[in-house]
Design a protein around this ligand. Structure first.
Ligand SMILES: [Zn+2]
Length: 147
């Protein structure tokens, strides 16, 4: 088995690289994931952070920008048109700039922790092995009792 010099999930996220080898590109578009790593061949099929990146980016950028906006508005009392002209681009730019690394980071965390949807381990097979052992044990006992 090949061993990989895997980057930390934070490093893989910031560089938007493959979480296993740290070399291959993770994205094929702005936010679309590639099918697999071009360097180590890791299948990115496991990666499904869903709306996690959007939630974290929206919350993080929103809190930071609104806090800075509130401080600026109180400290400098700039005209409203200037506030809007600065704040809207800051929110949009902040979200666009952080979406890729945050998504790459969440995919890397998913890879490291092998996170996936819950599955039922053995549907309809409970005790399957037990019956076999019981049957063999019974026939062994019967054989042993015969003279
Ligand atoms: Zn790779």
């Amino acid at each position: 088995m090949t061993s990989y010099n895997s980057p930390s999930s934070l490093e893989a996220g910031l560089k938007c690289r493959c979480p296993r080898c740290g070399q291959g590109k993770l994205f094929s578009g702005f936010l679309g994931l590639a099918d697999k790593c071009e360097v180590c061949g890791l299948d990115y099929g496991f990666a499904d952070p869903a709306d996690g990146p959007a939630f974290f980016v929206m919350s993080g950028v929103g809190v930071i920008v609104v806090a800075a906006w509130a401080w600026w508005a109180i400290a400098a009392n700039p005209p409203v048109w200037l506030q809007l002209a600065v704040v809207f681009p800051a929110v949009i730019g902040g979200c666009l700039a952080t979406l890729r690394p945050v998504k790459a980071w969440l995919v890397a965390e998913q890879f490291v922790h092998k996170a996936e949807e819950g599955r039922i381990a053995s549907p309809g097979k409970h005790g399957e092995g037990g019956f076999c052992i019981d049957r063999r044990a019974t026939s062994d006992r019967q054989t042993g009792e015969q003279p």
